[in-house]
Design a protein around this ligand. Sequence first.
Ligand SMILES: CC(C)(CO)[C@@H](O)C(=O)NCCC(=O)NCCS
Length: 489
Amino acid sequence: MVTARFLLSILLWASSCQALEKFIGAIYEHAVILPDEMTKPVSTQEALQLMNKNMDILEEAVKTAAGQGAHLIVTPEDGIYGWRFTRETINPFLEDIPDPNVNWIPCSDPERFGRAPVQTRLSCMAKNNSIYVVANIGDRKLCNISDVGCPDDGQYNYNTAVVYDSNGKLVARYHKYNLFLGEVQFNQPKEQEIVTFDTPFGKFGIFICFDILFYNPAAALVVEHNVDTVLFPTAWMNLLPHLTAIEFHSAWAMGMGVNLLSANTHNTENRMTGSGIFSPDKVVPYYYNMKNESGHLLISELNSHPRNSSTYYPIIWNLHASQIKNSPSGSNIFNGLLFADNYTFTELKELHGEYSICQNDLCCHINYTMAEKHSEEMYVFGVFDGLHIVEGEYYLQVCTMLKCQSMDFNSCGESVETASTRFSSFSISGNFSTSFVFPEVLLTNIHLAPNMFQVLKDGRLVSKPGISSHPLLSTTLFGRLYQKDPNSK
Ligand SMILES: CC(C)(CO)[C@@H](O)C(=O)NCCC(=O)NCCS
């Protein structure tokens, strides 16, 4: 009896330490229950009541995911208490979150670092369901107001992602670095944090929402720390044509060669929807729904090391474009604003065409054939090489082919959600001065195009035959030139 149990425990131990080539990931797009409009802080009791309502829903998702064999689940940014806070009104929602190196299972030792009901509940969700749980909560770090940088109210507030392993142990804590507009309740951490942890199913990294647009910590996690999978809680406000959540986040996963478990908040009033289990080497599920206000769970198997997969290869983004001669640029060239960026566009007047168009250092090339030409729809091919300065400053190099909102040239670059024009084929490329390029293809009604395009080793984004059965909104090589960012270090 004792021997049998002993052998069993050895067996369990051995299997838990074995490397897994695949794992099952889950994300939950949560329609967060928001607090009432606050003018002064609520009590900690009231704050906890609201957070428990949200955690009741998250817990159901965790149980369902675990029941279906998921190893890990990501829940969204602001998913436990929402937004619209001041420094004062966020206070009762915050807890002191210790450094993971203290080796803490809140579920087993809730009071070890003071009051921590939220951390305890999250840890218990992980422990009781034997699943990694990723959540977003607020961290409070008291400071001495005489210290340099300490805010007047004597505390730093951080927008924080936490990870509990399947024993409920805190294994990662990340403080959001690139705060978005309006996050006045939070402080930017003094140091940029790189947070990773190892599991039997690969090396993981974590960052939050707006971080994804920058080198630190997002690109650095992949380039300098070699993570396989990124955990990405977000509260993303969709913006066409290039920055709709599923479009940009799937492109980031593909461009970086990593899995990206992206859990968006669901709030259609703020254009927040669009989550996915994105991978560079596999067709994986995504979710986008502007029609209702409910949450949604996605579960999928992923490769633990996507860059070892037989279908993965590194891409030299400018190889093709730097070897070819420019084509003509077309007969109708004009400038247009796309999210306040001044693009150079050329109209795609014919059923078939081959054009090159340049701006500053970037030349973009296209070769396309439309399946039909609709007289009431206009498509253009465009280029932008410059600093984007609205809602954050970041340097872009972009080649894009898109449908204009109307037949008015000034509408090219504006948001448009539907199209009827199908393309039999297209190929786009550019002589990028960066290796950080994110390939996007978006179909009518905000659908991704899995299996309908690929990026060749020489940097061409080319359609596959399947593309011709779906009207196209846009296809884009969205390049980031991090070294030209104003805040690059
Ligand atoms: C798409 C983009 C970048 C355009 O400026 C913008 O709409 C967006 O979703 N930014 C990231 C949002 C974010 O960090 N939210 C957390 C606080 S609510």
